[in-house]
Write a protein that binds this ligand. Sequence first.
Ligand SMILES: N[C@@H](CCC(=O)N[C@@H](CS)C(=O)NCC(=O)O)C(=O)O
Length: 256
Amino acid sequence: MTHSQTNHAQVNRTTPSSELAQVMAHPDSFRLLYFPLEAQGQTSRDLLTYGGAKWESASPQNWLEEKDKMPFGCLPVLFINKGDKQVVISETHAIENYLAKHFGLMGDNEYEETLIRAFHCSTASLFATFQASVIWSLPEVREKTLQGFKSKQLAHWVKTHERHLLENGNNGHYLGNKMSLADIRTANLLRHFSLQPFGAELMEIINQAPALIKLKETVESDPKMHQWKNSDEAKKLAAATKAFFVNPFAATRPTA
Ligand SMILES: N[C@@H](CCC(=O)N[C@@H](CS)C(=O)NCC(=O)O)C(=O)O
């Protein structure tokens, strides 16, 4: 088995970091380990696609056994390969920031990079709030948490992000006239909402924000993104995501 096929992920403490940095700067290929869902893995998949990288998706074969072999016991984890060398990085934000920088999606200077990080952070925070307060709330209180999320956190996020997008000229981007990590992350969040069983309710709010819709369309109409979203693999991921969120508790219940 070559290094690119194992799912054993450790922080490398023996190779000099300058060598590891070379792998990250000039990789041959990537492998993204995540569950066979969109969710928290999809922005990284989109970044790899947008960057035109050679990459593959992988899923755990036996998660309960593999969990403790991951740096933080959770996914996504990214394997970066160059020849017989490999770097493993974990944690969604670290992976997304690395990939975005590698593919030139973090702006042209420190100011732009910081702004992109801020938009990204705001959107990632909303995703985290949604997961914690709505998705993983008990089914008997879900309706209440959903209504609270819609009227407070979602309404506020839509208002502020719509304003930023309008201030940038409503051109489908957060900053200037080019794609960034923030654009891709927000397009994914909107897509994540649309795949929920109560997605129509959430999208009713988003649909009142034309600049957010324009951003989503801009990201999705990029030729590489469009081709990837229409691939069999991406369609399977979308269908599995839709099915998973109908009852996430049932889907994650241990079978052993
Ligand atoms: N802090 C981690 C959290 C990732 C996370 O929550 N991953 C979930 C899937 S979305 C996971 O691995 N769940 C399986 C488990 O915890 O056993 C990150 O941002 O990457």
